[in-house]
Write a protein that binds this ligand. Structure first.
Ligand SMILES: Nc1ncnc2c1ncn2[C@@H]1O[C@H](COP(=O)(O)OP(=O)(O)OP(=O)(O)O)[C@@H](O)[C@H]1O
Length: 355
């Protein structure tokens, strides 16, 4: 077997579990045209990290997943695990991929299926029974171990598929839309299981998804992909509180619920009118998220505020929130309020004015 190729430029990606360095992926369509799926993508994923990749349809997410999993090879650029390039077939033992459809043989017990998946990669090990029991207990499907896959509830079947993905003790779990379109209750227990797995086994997770519930629940960092390029990245709470790119703004609105209702959008004007109100997007993140800044400023300046939309919560374990409020647009109070809120660390964006 050939030794894995060492990267020519390890300092750029040392210390990371998975790294892309200027990765391009192009496909040739049946009509002979070239389609660029990834266009110079560079990123690093640290050991133990949960990183989300979000992006619109056809932005290159599936290509990203296939390359990261070693299923396909880049057209140009380097993909590395622990600083060593993944060649064809290399590095896959450390990586598991779970998609949106549980792929389990129906007429066999869960424990047997998971054991077979483990042995396929690791062979028979003396501690296999103990390790598999511990994994099934961690996923809270220990009681289902001897049941057939087609006898399981939807939630347990998802977790059995997750157990198969984790059976060979990968260091990186790639979830390609694996939490989308789940019943909310099933999703909650599935996300809790993923969080336990990450905390207790240290497996890194690359979450490729449209599902903002999963992103805010699990990911500490987010990459935003658009037309094959990473257009924005950062800590989840920061990205959703202060989205810069149009695609990120759309996902942030879905994550926070901070969207103006259409009947207000229709009445929005660029200029204030006497006695009218300003609609303002306020983003709280970091220390400002846990202080009653808004109440204090409103009380101090003596005006009332109406909350139009939004939510306060946590993303990647950090408190954050976005609110759209209606405040009096009269000067000088309005300018003073904006200044006070910005000084207190809030992101303030005036969306427009209504009469
Ligand atoms: N096998 C292929 N042959 C030709 N073109 C492809 C192939 N796979 C992907 N593409 C093209 O590459 C681009 C990125 O596709 P990809 O499936 O990675 O996007 P995606 O973000 O996963 O989209 P979606 O969310 O809709 O699944 C698209 O223009 C797509 O048409």
């Amino acid at each position: 077997m050939n030794a894995p190729l060492r990267l020519a430029h390890p300092p750029a990606i040392s210390g990371s579990l998975l790294a892309f360095a200027n990765v391009h992926k192009a496909y040739r369509s049946r009509d002979g045209r070239e389609r660029i799926a990834l266009d110079g993508v560079s990123f690093e994923l640290a050991s133990g990290e949960v990183l989300a990749l979000i992006g619109s349809a056809a932005s290159g997410k599936s290509a990203f997943a296939s390359l990261a999993a070693g299923i396909e090879q880049p057209s140009a650029g380097v993909i590395a695990i622990d600083g060593a390039e993944i060649g064809a077939g290399g590095g896959r033992r450390d990586i598991a991929l779970l998609g949106s459809r549980p792929d389990l043989p129906h007429s066999r017990p869960v424990r047997e299926i998971v054991t077979e998946r483990r042995e396929r990669t690791l062979g028979a090990t003396y501690d296999a029974v103990r390790k598999i029991d511990r994994l099934l207990d961690l996923l809270e499907i220990g009681d289902d171990a001897d049941r057939y896959a087609d006898e399981l509830s939807d939630g347990a079947r998802r977790k059995a598929a997750l157990a198969c993905a984790l059976a060979a003790e990968p260091r990186l779990l790639i979830l390609d839309e694996a939490t989308s379109a789940l019943d909310p209750e099933i999703e909650e227990t599935f996300l809790a299981a993923l969080s336990r797995v990450n905390a207790q086994t240290g497996v890194s997770i690359l979450l490729i998804t449209h599902d903002m519930t999963a992103v805010t629940a699990l990911a500490s960092r987010v990459l935003v992909l658009d037309a094959g390029r990473i257009v924005e990245q950062g800590a989840t709470a920061k990205i959703f509180a202060h989205p810069a790119h149009a695609v990120t703004r759309r996902f942030a609105a879905a994550a926070t619920g901070a969207v103006l209702p259409p009947f207000i959008v229709d009445k929005l004007s660029d200029t204030p009118s006497a006695g009218g109100r300003a609609l303002v997007r306020l983003a709280f993140e970091g220390p400002a998220a846990t202080k009653p800044v808004l109440t204090n400023v409103a009380r101090e300046l003596g005006f009332d505020l109406g909350i139009v939309a939004g939510s306060l919560g946590a993303a990647g374990g950090e408190p954050y929130g976005v609110l759209i409020v209606a405040a009096p647009a009269d000067e000088p109070y309005f300018t003073a309020a904006v200044e006070r809120l910005e000084d207190a660390g809030l992101g303030v964006e005036v969306l427009g004015f209504v009469a």
